[in-house]
Design a binder for this molecule. Structure first.
Ligand code: G3P
Length: 219
């Protein structure tokens, strides 16, 4: 499973990229707003992210609501840098836009996917990535991991990763990330704080502390 970072924060992206295990970035309007950025600077910000992780996919979300606008904005975003993927929320307009963008050579990440049929329709329209959400099911006391499991099984019945990769999204905890891996998700996109938690285990920390003591005792 590949790890993407789910943030628009340049410092977090630079730090995580330095770890050597990251394979891409996903952003959304909420994550961009959290950086304090303004709409007028959005495209410049996406270019900065794209340069920070050259050669790796960076999802930039369109704000358009009609198919024509999504296609125009999608082409514009994709022209900012060769590694930009256009993120579109699943709906009738975005399915139509995905087909046109694919024909124009633009990769689409279909987001806000919550069930099997949405995922399969996104694949059929030519989405390069589909992003099933996990945490938002948990927010309404439903089982996000079970939905993710269903979506992975259905998509993998019909599509190879070369056609469409699954990005497990809305992951909030190391448990979510581990479950995504065990279920065979191609990618997990993870916020910075959750990535840091994924790196740690109490026994690792205990082991590190005892190494320090051992080195001190043989000085
Ligand atoms: O990429 C966006 C997605 O991961 C959203 O996560 O935590 O807002 O449900 P969250």
């Amino acid at each position: 499973m590949k790890f993407f970072i789910d943030t628009a924060d340049l410092q977090q992206i630079e730090t995580a990229m330095g770890w050597g295990c990251m394979a891409g970035v996903t952003t959304n309007p909420t994550l961009y707003a959290r950086t304090g950025g303004k709409l007028a600077d959005f495209e410049n910000h996406m270019v900065k992210i794209a340069h920070l992780c050259e050669g790796l996919p960076v999802s930039a979300e369109s704000t358009a609501t009609t198919t024509d606008e999504m296609v125009v904005e999608g082409k514009r975003l994709a022209a900012l840098a060769p590694n930009i993927v256009v993120k579109l929320p699943i709906c009738a307009e975005s399915l139509a836009a995905t087909k046109q963008l694919k024909e124009a050579g633009v990769n689409v990440n279909m987001t806000l996917v919550f069930n099997v049929t949405q995922a399969l329709m996104a694949c059929a329209a030519g989405a390069r990535y589909v992003s099933p959400f996990v945490g938002r099911f948990d927010d309404i006391a439903e089982d996000g991991i079970e939905q993710l499991s269903n979506i992975i099984a259905a998509v993998k019945n019909y599509y190879l990763p070369e056609h469409t990769e699954i990005i497990a999204a809305s992951l909030r905890t190391p448990h979510h990330v581990a479950q995504a891996a065990l279920l065979g998700s191609d990618i997990a996109t993870v916020p910075f704080d959750a990535l840091e938690k994924c790196l740690k285990h109490p026994l690792t920390q205990q082991g590190l502390a005892s190494f320090e003591e051992d080195w001190a005792s043989v000085k």
